[in-house]
Design a protein around this ligand. Structure first.
Ligand code: 4AD
Length: 479
């Protein structure tokens, strides 16, 4: 009752306060500032309230004492309420630390939007031990946490670093469409939709469009959403992900792998040299160190041998692709043979055992898409698709596995028409892609990198679901 009587009025004899964001406070030390934000942390000690304010650009330690700590609003203040704080910015006292090295001594403040207390209080809504599906429903609130928001900050810096690196290497950014009528990575993972009465899909990859840009724009890249209707509930599959793809003309397979390695290392270097992004990486992944160059290169055939030497087996499947189980329902495990797809589990075990980035390359054509160029001579040409090797590469990173998939592309028109046939693709809707081989073909290649997988590696996240704003996976498109 007493507290209701305590009134706080802004003292207009004090110097005018400068409106500022937390990120840019340093020049205002010793001055009076006005800051808006959310109550991130709250603690009272005797008659003093210690409040950590969050405004999206950073965190600020603030101190309310005297009348500002005695009002009804002060005594009923809750986490995640929005407030306006006015006060003098002081360097943190000797022996204490605070974000930015300063703290705000508040002389006037007010609540803008009070968040509920009691049962509906923020900390009751968002219990970190909650069921993962509840946390997924509450992603909009989870994002207010320090780790979740740091991952998104790092994501933003990562996209900027890729763009800057491509600009330095003279690759031009283009924006291909998401609504398409051709497939790139196989019909099984297409999201189909009705497009004004015609069949259409959400894009799986912008690769074919990038290839059409080479004659007009030279080497190109894009940052575009890709969609995969994969019924995979793994920690590295999303139904929608951000796909960074690039395409380069007049290169060899070796040039392609060198380029991918150079881009990744340059991006890591940029992030690691920048004080604020290095701090984010260290916060999320304290043991991070930039990878050594050159990256290890391992052929698919040697990888199969490596798996067998190390006793890493895979689940046996019948002709229909169903896992074969024993009497107790346990999957039957069998050694790998050339021609097998190296599944996620085996790939992870190998990558984690080796512990460094690995270029796994030269996969059999039977495991890969219709557009991939065969290895000249050895393994290519007339060999059956299951064994003919392609100029293809996946970049595998410890903790995640594949983060990049790339290849050289078929440059010969007859070989391309053969590829459509092998995969049962009607060439008619691909006329524009086929025309590239007709009007001045060239040796070329490219790759796609999943931004969320790159971040899961860099920030050591258990699942790539943490590496995107609002993740989509089978059954989930909310929030
Ligand atoms: O290996 P993928 O399927 O290759 C392509 O789409 C090529 N057309 C790219 C190109 O050459 N331009 O996918 C490339 C990368 C993978 O290495 C992985 O990082 C990511 O895309 N990716 C996924 N990320 C999250 N969820 C999924 N379901 C993904 N599928 C692929």
């Amino acid at each position: 009752e007493e507290s209701k009587k305590v009134q706080l009025i802004e003292d207009d004899t004090l110097p005018a306060a400068i409106k500022a964001k937390i990120l840019n406070l340093e020049p205002y030390r010793g001055k009076r500032v006005r800051i808006f934000g959310w109550v991130h942390r709250l603690r009272s000690q005797k008659d003093i309230i210690f409040l950590v304010l969050r405004d999206g650009t950073g965190y600020l330690q603030t101190i309310l004492s005297g009348v500002p700590a005695q009002t009804y609003a002060a005594l009923t203040l809750t986490l995640e309420s929005t407030v306006e704080l006015v006060g003098t910015l002081q360097p943190t006292p000797e022996g204490k630390t605070a974000p930015g090295g300063h703290e705000l001594v508040v002389d006037f403040w007010r609540t803008i939007g009070a968040a509920p207390g009691g049962d509906d209080a923020f900390t009751n809504r968002l219990n970190e031990k909650s069921d993962p599906s509840i946390l997924a429903d509450l992603r909009h609130l989870v994002l207010r946490g320090e780790n979740a928001s740091s991952v998104l900050r790092l994501r933003s810096a990562t996209l900027s670093a890729f763009r800057a690196t491509y600009a330095e290497q003279h690759l031009l950014e283009v924006t291909p469409p998401c609504l398409v009528q051709t497939q790139v990575e196989g019909g099984a993972t297409l999201f189909k939709l009705n497009y004004y009465g015609q069949p259409a899909f959400l894009t799986q990859s912008s690769q074919l469009y990038l290839e059409t840009c080479l004659p007009s724009l030279g080497d190109v890249f894009c940052v575009q959403e890709s969609f995969r209707a994969e019924n995979s509930h793994t920690r590295r599959h999303l139904s929608e992900y951000t796909h960074l793809e690039a395409e380069l003309a007049f290169i060899t397979f070796d040039d392609l792998m060198n380029h991918i390695e150079a881009i990744i290392c340059e991006v890591v270097d940029k992030l690691w040299k920048n004080e604020s992004t290095a701090a984010l990486i260290q916060q999320l992944n304290p043991s991070f160190a930039p990878p050594a160059r050159p990256f290890m290169r391992l052929t698919y055939v040697d990888a199969i041998a490596w798996l067998n030497e190390h006793g890493i087996e895979h689940e046996a499947e019948d002709a229909q692709g169903n896992v074969i189980t024993d009497a107790e329902g346990k999957p039957k495990m069998v050694p790998h043979v050339v021609g097998d797809d190296i599944a996620e589990a085996a790939e992870r075990k190998m990558t984690d055992a080796i512990g460094t980035p690995i270029f796994l390359h030269s996969f059999p054509a039977g495991l890969k898409a219709f557009y991939m160029k065969k290895v000249p001579g050895n393994g290519g040409g007339d060999q059956p698709a299951a064994i003919a090797l392609t100029e293809s590469c996946d970049l595998l990173m410890p903790g995640v596995g594949e983060i990049v998939g790339g290849s050289m592309r078929i440059s010969d028109i007859d070989e391309l028409l053969e590829g459509y046939k092998r995969e049962g693709i009607d060439p008619a809707p691909y006329y524009w892609f086929t025309d590239q081989r007709k009007y001045g073909t060239c040796e070329h290649g490219g790759y796609g990198l999943g931004i969320e997988r790159f971040l899961a590696w860099l920030a050591k996240r258990y699942t790539i679901r943490e590496c995107t704003l609002y993740p989509r996976w089978p059954g989930r498109a909310t929030p």
